[in-house]
Design a protein around this ligand. Sequence first.
Ligand code: FES
Length: 66
Amino acid sequence: MIPICDCNQVSAARIDAAVEAGARSVREVAARTGAATSCGRCRPAVARRVRRARLRAWWRSLFGRR
Ligand code: FES
């Protein structure tokens, strides 16, 4: 596992899971996973991952799991 957040050892998969579970923003993902809650250096990467996960969730809602 390569963490997106080094400080708190949060992986991309955990961020994806948080979005799947209903988190819709970096703040909500941070509250659920601890990502971006220490030095904050990973915040842009977390934001990109949240956008990607939300886009995938939206795509699946339209076309099913692919
Ligand atoms: S790398 Fe994520 S808070 Fe420091």
